[in-house]
Design a protein around this ligand. Structure first.
Ligand SMILES: Cc1ncc(COP(=O)(O)O)c(C=O)c1O
Length: 401
């Protein structure tokens, strides 16, 4: 949502004008207002069948009655039981972990600690809008580096940094099953990116919500691991995609000296993360439910991805339209012929009963007018195929092709 604070005559901080919000999140409100049938390919929500609502409800019924502690304030770093579970789950040490209010709070904490107004911050193009909006809210200057089949093009990054004449302070990357492109960074590029960051004295922010949802076996090693857990590499993670987004529980991995400062920063934000939600996630892990849940999820999402790509082939094969084939995660990135403007097309598509996020929402300077993001995870294969048919119909109507 775009607001001009100066029009209200209130003494807003200058940063208020840099709060752009998120087109992805706004689409949730927009879609809730629709009264007709809409296939929702816009939000990155888990499948309804993939949310373990019954298991969580049973745990809640067992754990919460007579247990006021589960509703009290908790330690800022996170519930001790959850940190115990995160150690084996991540293979990392508890001193390097902080439980956060979803992945978004992790991104916010990193920017709060490392981004001053005017700092150069590298982002991928396209990138996760909420991540770039968070950087902008701390008044960082975005440097967009294109992504190809092997993730961020590190040669282009080096070239652009040279041209900018100053070094980036932070490099924001979603190297594994990227949102929105679905692409992953190759091992070679990961190593090169880390080399550059170390040389430049930049912090690497690795945003990794989808690494546990792989269709291709083990994804490439994370930047955190590849760097040998160097203090200048921070990992942001979340239970939103692997358990449920409404819980608002995530975690980050960083050097203990950074965690200490983050705890101070978090204490000025929300004191601690939601305790009942942490209690539920902890018990979900303690009872081994997480492992079986993840084993069940991956084949569902792989099938949905394959089915959406088949529907795209049927609708758009041979028309010059391209789409990505992700190795995991939630999204495919569709690039239509040049005459299509995905934003102009959106009202027709919505009227025809399909929603997506236009490509230009994922960058500020790089043009992605004919591209759009589709989430294959949320809908059944039949529903998603119907959505693709509606998308094709909308293009035919709007452009008379
Ligand atoms: C790349 C990326 N980072 C962070 C998030 C935010 O996660 P959360 O909903 O846990 O705040 C998302 C959610 O869509 C995401 O795709």
């Amino acid at each position: 949502m775009s607001i001009a604070p100066e029009e209200t005559r209130l003494p807003f901080a200058t940063r208020a004008s840099r709060l752009t919000g998120s087109e992805i999140d706004s689409s949730t409100s927009l879609l809730q207002k629709q009264t007709h049938d809409v296939v929702r390919l816009a939000m990155g929500s888990p499948a309804a069948e993939a949310i373990p609502a019954d298991q969580l409800s049973e745990l809640a019924a067992e754990l919460f009655p007579g247990n006021p502690d589960a509703f009290d304030y908790g330690p800022t770093e996170g519930e001790s039981g959850l940190l115990d579970q995160l150690e084996p789950f991540t293979g990392d040490d508890r001193e390097r972990m902080l439980v956060t209010g979803g992945g978004m709070q992790g991104l916010d904490l990193v920017c709060k600690l490392f981004v001053d107004p005017g700092d150069l911050v590298v982002v991928e193009a396209p990138t996760y809008t909420n991540g770039s909006a968070t950087i902008a809210s701390y008044e960082g200057d975005l440097l967009e580096v294109p992504v190809d089949d092997d993730g961020m093009i590190v040669d282009s990054l080096i070239e652009q940094v040279k041209r900018a004449g100053r070094l980036p302070k932070l490099i924001y990357s979603i190297p594994t099953f990227q949102n929105p492109s679905g692409k992953s960074m190759s091992l070679e590029r990961r190593i090169e990116l880390l080399r550059c960051a170390e040389e430049w004295g930049a912090v690497v922010l690795e945003d990794d919500p989808y690494g546990h949802l792989s269709f291709i076996g083990d994804p490439p090693p994370s930047l955190v691991e590849l760097s040998g857990r160097a203090p200048w590499v921070i990992g942001v993670h979340t239970f939103s995609k692997i358990v449920a987004p409404g819980l608002r529980v995530g975690w980050l991995r960083a050097d203990p000296s950074i965690i200490e400062r983050m705890i101070n920063a978090k204490q000025c934000m929300d004191t601690c993360s939601n305790v009942p939600a942490q209690v539920l996630v902890t018990e979900f892990m303690v009872r081994g439910m997480m492992e079986s849940h993840l084993e069940r999820l991956t084949p569902i999402y792989r099938e949905r991805k394959d089915s959406m790509l088949a529907a795209l082939e049927e609708a758009f094969g041979g028309t010059g339209t391209e789409w990505t084939d992700p190795g995991g995660g939630f999204f495919t990135w569709l690039t239509l012929p040049d005459f299509v403007d995905a934003r102009d097309l959106f009202p027709t598509a919505l009227a025809n009963g399909v929603a997506y996020v236009p490509g230009d929402a994922f960058a500020t300077t790089t043009p992605f007018g004919s591209s759009l993001r589709l989430c294959f995870a949320s809908n059944t294969t039949e529903r998603a195929a119907e959505g693709i048919r509606r998308l094709k119909l909308s293009i035919e109507q709007k452009y008379e092709v």
